[in-house]
Write a protein that binds this ligand. Structure first.
Ligand code: MLT
Ligand code: ZN
Length: 463
């Protein structure tokens, strides 16, 4: 199809004003937060209904077009990046909260509703939407489902998957599916809702989501704790886990902390620098909870697991401590870090981390490597910074080849090469470290069943 005919076809579906081809729009909507790939879409379209999304998918099938579904573009693996002249389908206009149902404890949203809006809506119902992360002010709920977003409270509440009560989806064949329907119990065969969750727009375009809500937790207190080595943090978690209800257990290295403190002129959590820090958030459900946490802390210091620590005395202090962890990703973004997002079973974390530390020492001596992440979930983010003077392509190549050794270690531990950031473009060549050849073949068959002509996000997850 020639370009004018293509644009005319798209305009017929979404309306004259909702097809953009100007350079700024192509650059802006053509990629997510992973900036290691150059965006090169042909056009960006802004549908406002499931019917329009369906018509776009039918047009794509008819004219052999490729569509890249796009939410808040906060993904970190290039899953929403269009590098091959695809049509970006932005869900920005489908941003209405359709309804809330206190009896079912659910909220029904169009896919483009911002995650923070779901938090606010839940709060107005006296309930709680527990999936949270630094990008919740701009990420879309549809994108969260499509990538099975994790974040900082997985240790207590699990990933997005746990909270999906229903989905409206347009498959690659242009069928509209209503999955889950908000039911608590439904054992009628394969649960396609879970297949869609985390499928990164390769099986269907999510146009609506019904999200389940939790009871609102009590007030929370936050501690930042310093330790000599990463692997000591797991015994620390065990001690705190027996004393209080842990909402979050995160970690970051001194180097990561330094970047945030310098950029935002923040206070160190305490004077003594430590090689690594844990941030723990716990619920203050009972009067004795702070004492129980302080006892756990003192025991950890007595047993040389921790060197120092601080506890928030107010919600503003808690917020300030959270910034030390949550601002890391945005602080590093301008350095275009090469991101590894690895996970192993929680019980294997100390051993795995010892291996990671040795690996960094041996292989990354010329690089700045910053570690942080969700250690309580067995999930480590390893960010490698580009040395000044090294070109982007050379940097990507070097990191990819060094990462192979890391992935072999992940494989030996039975871990994952992408714990929560998804596969997208960035991790597809490494997928075989976590998935068997047979699994990959089954995944390809599933893709063919939902998207026989391959119009949805081709080249993502696998080729
Ligand atoms: C985080 O844990 O901060 C996010 O996954 C983003 C990142 O890894 O940079
Ligand atoms: Zn993370």
């Amino acid at each position: 199809m020639n370009k004018p005919a293509l644009l005319a076809g798209l305009r017929r579906v979404v309306g004259e004003d909702f097809v953009r081809t100007d350079e700024d729009s192509l650059a802006h909507f053509g990629r997510d937060t992973c900036d290691l790939f150059e965006p090169a879409p042909s056009a960006v379209v802004f549908p406002d209904s499931t019917q329009q999304v369906r018509d776009l998918v039918l047009l794509a099938n008819d004219q052999a077009l490729a569509l890249v579904p796009s939410g808040g573009r906060t993904g970190l693996s290039g899953g929403a990046t269009a590098t091959r002249g695809e049509i970006v389908v932005s869900m920005e206009r489908m941003n209405a909260v359709i309804g809330s149902n206190p009896g079912d404890r659910t909220i029904e949203c169009q896919a483009g509703v911002i995650t923070a809006q779901v938090h606010a809506q839940a709060e107005s119902m006296g309930l709680f939407y527990p999936v949270d992360f630094a990008a919740s002010g701009s990420s879309h709920i549809g994108g969260n489902v499509a990538t099975n977003a994790g974040g900082v409270r997985v240790i207590r509440y699990g990933m997005t998957r746990n909270w999906v009560a229903g989905l409206q989806v347009v498959t690659g064949a242009g069928e509209i599916l209503e999955l889950g329907k908000g039911l608590v119990k439904d054992n009628t065969g394969y649960d396609l809702r879970h297949l869609m969750t985390g499928s990164e727009g390769t099986l269907g375009i999510i146009t609506g989501a019904t999200m389940r809500l939790a009871s609102a937790p009590g007030d929370a207190a936050v501690m930042v704790l310093g330790a000599e080595q990463m692997e000591l943090l797991l015994p620390v978690l065990e001690r705190f886990g027996s004393a209080v209800t842990v909402n979050a257990f995160e970690f970051f290295s001194e180097q990561a902390l330094q970047q945030v403190i310098e950029k935002h002129r923040l206070q160190r959590p305490f004077e003594t620098p430590a090689p690594v820090y844990a941030l723990i958030e716990f619920e203050q459900a009972n009067d004795g909870d702070v004492d129980a946490a302080m006892n756990a802390f003192e025991q950890c210091v007595a047993d040389s697991l921790l060197v120092d620590g601080v506890i928030s005395q107010s919600s503003s202090q808690a917020h300030a401590l959270w910034r030390l962890r949550e601002d890391i990703s945005a602080t590093l973004a301008h350095r275009q870090p090469y991101k590894n997002d690895l996970s192993v079973r929680v019980s294997a974390v100390p051993q795995f981390l010892a291996g990671v530390e040795a690996f960094i020492e041996q292989n990354y001596s010329g690089f700045e490597v910053l570690c942080y992440g969700h250690i309580g979930d067995g999930n480590v983010h390893l960010n490698i910074l580009r040395p000044h003077g090294m070109g982007l392509e050379a940097f990507k190549k070097t990191c990819a080849s060094i990462s192979e050794g890391l992935f072999e270690m992940v494989q030996r531990f039975g871990g994952s090469v992408s714990a929560e950031h998804g596969v997208g473009l960035l991790k597809k060549d490494s997928l075989h470290y976590s998935r068997s050849a047979h699994e990959l073949e089954l995944m390809r068959s599933i893709k063919r069943a939902f998207d026989p002509a391959g119009v949805l996000n081709p080249g993502k997850i696998f080729d």
